[in-house]
Design a binder for this molecule. Structure first.
Ligand code: PXP
Length: 243
């Protein structure tokens, strides 16, 4: 059974949309851990659109389980990650105009840059350094060649497949990717678009997965699942408790 790490970025998205101090991703991280998450994931983006440096430092101080810091190869963000020294650093591609991470890193095209960042992250005492890659054997082998000790397989194509057949084909690609990574001695993580419906097919098809990172599906369910109670609480505030 893989460990579940919950990505709390979108709590920051909601807070920042109103330029408020709440809801606080640090508070959300504590609730996720209390509810059984093995750890917490966040992505400090160059544009700070959700997680801020204040959040990073508080998360580093307060998260009790595994902390996964997602980052691009940007110099400033790499320096912050080295300073914080999380349990796991996951390098991801990043473009300012994207809505969310789109696809895995092109490791074969950026070997030197990635090798430098992987070295620096290990040099800061971080024990697991992972590259977010599509389930393509050449990219996975390149991740091992630049010195990473984990890969996170991008599950976005699997999640977005619009027919049952396409979804099964994507699950098979992920399974092959996981075998390639395992044979190369890499720890296997996976994430992006995993949800309450697609997880069972993922799990029964893809071997060797030590950890999954899930964000959007959990936050979407939290909002709708908590909405009834939030309205009852507001009604009690406006009208007094129901007798
Ligand atoms: N893994 C990586 C590398 C990501 O960038 C994201 C999205 O922030 C996730 C996992 C989680 O994806 P989702 O929010 O769709 O569960």
């Amino acid at each position: 059974m893989p460990n579940l790490l919950v990505n709390i970025d979108h709590v920051g998205t909601l807070r920042n949309a109103r330029q408020e101090t709440f809801p606080d991703p640090v508070h959300a991280a504590a609730l996720c851990e209390q509810a059984g998450a093995h750890g917490i994931v966040f992505h400090l983006r160059e544009d700070r659109r959700h997680i801020t440096e204040r959040d990073v430092h508080l998360l580093a101080d307060t998260v009790k389980g595994k902390l996964d810091f997602e980052l691009s190869t940007d110099e400033e963000v790499v320096a912050i990650c080295c300073d914080v020294a999380p349990d796991l650093a996951t390098l991801v591609p990043e473009r300012r105009e994207e809505v969310t991470t789109e696809g895995g890193l092109d490791v074969t095209a950026h070997q030197q840059r990635l090798e430098d960042r992987v070295d620096r992250l290990f040099g800061a005492g971080i024990e697991q350094v992972s590259l977010f890659v599509d389930p393509i054997p050449a990219q996975i082998d390149a991740a091992a060649a630049v010195g990473a000790n984990c890969v996170e397989l991008h599950t976005g194509d699997f999640a977005e497949a619009d027919t049952e057949r396409a979804r099964r084909e994507e699950a098979e690609r992920l399974a092959q990717g996981a075998r390639t990574a395992h044979e190369a001695g890499l720890r296997v993580h996976a994430g992006h678009g995993l949800n309450y419906r697609n997880f069972s097919l993922f799990q029964e098809t893809v071997p060797h997965v030590a950890e999954v990172s899930v964000g959007f599906a959990v936050m979407a369910r939290a909002i709708l699942g908590g909405l009834g109670q939030a309205v009852r609480d507001m009604n009690a505030t406006v009208n007094g408790p129901l007798s």
